[in-house]
Design a protein around this ligand. Structure first.
Ligand SMILES: [Zn+2]
Length: 197
């Protein structure tokens, strides 16, 4: 396989990129975007080799603890549970939340064989034990898996003096946080409602 073919093939790992698009990208870079391609390659290499998961919250980080967990000026009372680092960015951009985050590494799904031990809930339990959290805010995309996951989170939270709340309307059913605009997220955060723990 020639290097051009190899490059085309490796670009196909990108979501939504088929053989034709991959080919177009390769020619785009080779023709007159070599400098940008080299910067892309360098940044990819560095990011893939240095970015790790935060020990505390599972966010992407370049040191053991991420910049948000390290920040002493946020509100220790609040912990927001989300599905992925892009949700964290979306909430941060809505400027409505000043607490800390916990990112699940998956959702409970018996059909796929994903149980409570696969989604990092023991880390959440450790978090609640170590920090004086007063409110846990659930910001998960509604689905069957979310229901099962939520039940288990409720179970964990119920052993601590912690309120449990959930983002309110404004978040359309089935839509992922990362694709919502900051105003929708901000409304949902302000109107969050308590769940019986
Ligand atoms: Zn963190």
């Amino acid at each position: 396989m020639s290097i051009i073919e190899q490059l085309t093939e490796s670009l196909r790992c990108l979501p939504g990129v088929g053989p034709k698009t991959a080919q177009r990208l390769v020619y785009y870079f080779l023709k007159n975007h070599r400098k940008q391609a080299l910067i892309l390659a360098k940044n990819l290499d560095e990011a893939m080799n240095t970015v790790i998961q935060c020990e505390v919250c599972n966010n992407f980080a370049v040191s053991e603890i991420c910049t948000i967990c390290k920040n002493p000026n946020r509100n220790r009372d609040l912990l927001c549970i989300i599905e992925q680092p892009t949700d964290l960015l979306a909430i941060e951009q809505s400027h409505t939340f000043n607490g800390y985050y916990f990112i699940l590494t998956g959702k409970i799904s018996p059909i796929d064989g994903i149980g409570i031990h696969d989604i990092g809930l023991n880390k959440l339990e450790r978090y609640l034990k170590n920090e004086a959290v007063r409110e846990v805010i659930i910001a998960l995309t509604p689905s069957l898996e979310t229901q099962a996951t939520l039940q288990y989170i409720q179970h964990i939270v119920s052993t601590y003096p912690v309120k449990l709340s959930q983002l309110a309307q404004g978040v359309p059913t089935g839509s992922e946080l990362q694709f919502l605009d900051p105003i929708t997220i901000s409304t949902a955060m302000k109107n969050r409602h308590l769940i019986d723990a």
